[in-house]
Ligand binder design. Structure first.
Ligand code: PMP
Length: 457
């Protein structure tokens, strides 16, 4: 019931796409997605694709076409669609309770609409504590090279992906970068016998340089996602937690990508036995069926904001208008039920392992695969010209491989231009409902795409 030529032309003429060069659309027309079902989407021209990145940006964790979510959202909207979160609503209360059951040690949920916004709230919580509890000290927030925390000016100020931020300065003061932890591209002079601990100690060095009394929080992705799918090495997280405790620094973990099952546990940090003070989440919270994000804190953090005297701490002076939309928590509640009822955490762990092993199997055939890594259904394939020197392939090679996959009906992703100019990692984040057959199809498409691309190099 739509005219596909009209839709594509209207889009081409009026829609400003995200993160995209538009010149090519003048020739080929933009891609317009018109239908989704399970792991598959269809475009306006009738092409079918297997989506190995869950809506391009690792979002649709439970897959497309979930009528049970749509029904719950519809029922909620006709009953009560909106009232500001200055008051409560039924799905927000029910979802919060269910979410907190999965997050031992955490207790309060603050609703907003996007990952960036959830992180902004976290930063504001840290800043208010700094001003009201520490006499304006401890306003600094540490973030890590290669991590990404959002698209607004403050969250970009807290993002370690230089290529995507340098156009947008000047940045917000008091965000300070710390070194990354990536064993495959470890820093020169690193102690490789205990790299994780060494990398965590680099954070301590920055803390001591800046002065611990000036630092309020350390903000980290549990596994760096867009920056190259990088899991920190053994020993890193316990040492990070120890450092935060020693210097009275809040640990803020950004679960926007890893949250809600992506890596085979409810949250990424739960692999590493650390207890955060603040956790932010967005994408998988409602799998894209509604816009919702959460900033979750411990009761200890929340307690500070219960002070009645406004001259002292007072309350949190923040509101997000659409944090009061009930569609978000109504969708999120059913989304969590699906993950539980269909055992999707376990499936993500099992299929992720299978996918990585299959991809590693391609290494004997394709010299350009330098590293295959990740956890659960978050997978990175770093491409190099030479395995010994690890010289990265040009960005155009990754683009060509993604293009071939697309022509063969499989949508894959690539990381942001994250590490200075480095952009040589394919990334995969298929829905948690993936089957072995789906994974085989993805691996075959990548295998063929690499062969095709390399033959023309
Ligand atoms: N944090 C992380 C780790 C992300 O990957 C992203 C988005 N890719 C964000 C925050 C920002 O989320 P949003 O685009 O919803 O603002």
């Amino acid at each position: 019931d739509f005219d596909s030529v009209d839709v594509v032309n209207s889009d081409r003429d009026h829609v400003w796409h995200h993160l995209a060069h538009h010149k090519p659309f003048e020739k080929t027309g933009p891609m317009v997605i018109v239908k989704g079902e399970g792991m598959r989407v269809w475009d306006a021209k009738g092409n079918e694709y297997l989506d190995a990145v869950s809506g391009a940006v690792w979002t649709v964790n439970v897959g497309y076409g979930r009528t049970e979510i749509a029904d719950a959202v519809r029922d909620q909207l006709v009953t009560m669609n909106y009232f500001a979160q200055t008051a409560g609503n039924i799905p927000a209360a029910q979802f919060s309770k269910k979410l907190i059951e999965k997050m031992p040690g955490m207790n309060r949920v603050y609703f907003s609409n996007s990952g960036s916004e959830a992180n902004e709230k976290a930063f504001k919580i840290v800043r208010q504590i700094a001003h009201k509890k520490y006499n304006g000290k401890k306003t600094k927030i540490l973030y890590r090279e290669r991590d990404y925390h959002g698209t607004t000016i403050a969250t970009l100020s807290a993002s370690g992906q230089h290529e995507r931020r340098h156009q947008y300065g000047p940045f917000v003061p008091d965000f300070v970068e710390v070194p990354h932890c990536c064993e495959y591209r470890a820093q020169e002079g690193a102690d490789m016998s205990q790299y994780g601990v060494w990398a965590a100690n680099q954070i301590e060095k920055v803390i001591l340089q800046e002065g611990p009394e000036t630092i309020g929080a350390l903000c980290l992705e549990p596994i760096t996602a867009g920056g190259g799918v990088i899991e920190a090495s053994t020993g890193y997280w316990p040492r990070v937690a120890e450092i935060c405790k020693q210097y009275d620094i809040l640990l803020h973990i950004d679960e926007v990508v890893c949250g809600l099952g992506r890596t085979g546990t409810w949250f990424g940090y739960q692999h590493y036995g650390v207890q955060p003070d603040i956790v932010t989440m967005a994408k998988g919270v409602a799998s894209g069926y509604a816009a919702i994000s959460c900033t979750v804190t411990t009761e200890a953090v929340f307690e500070m904001f219960k002070e009645e005297d406004d001259a002292k701490m007072g309350y949190f002076r923040d509101i997000s208008t659409f944090g009061g939309c009930t569609a978000g928590p109504a969708a999120a509640l059913v989304n969590m039920e699906i993950i539980e009822n269909e055992n999707l955490l376990e499936n993500a762990a099992v299929q992720g392992e299978y996918l990585r092993e299959s991809l590693k199997g391609l290494m004997s055939k394709h010299e350009i695969i330098g590293d295959v890594r990740g956890k659960g259904l978050l997978v990175g394939i770093e491409l190099v010209k030479d395995r010994t020197t690890k010289e990265p392939v040009a960005e155009s090679v990754v683009i060509a491989i993604a293009g071939h996959c697309m022509e063969n009906g499989v949508i894959i992703g690539r990381t942001n231009r994250s590490f200075k100019e480095l952009n040589n990692t394919i990334c995969l984040a298929p829905a948690l409902i993936s089957t072995q057959q789906d994974m085989d199809r993805v691996v075959t498409a990548i295998d063929n795409a690499i062969a095709e691309t390399v033959s023309k190099m």
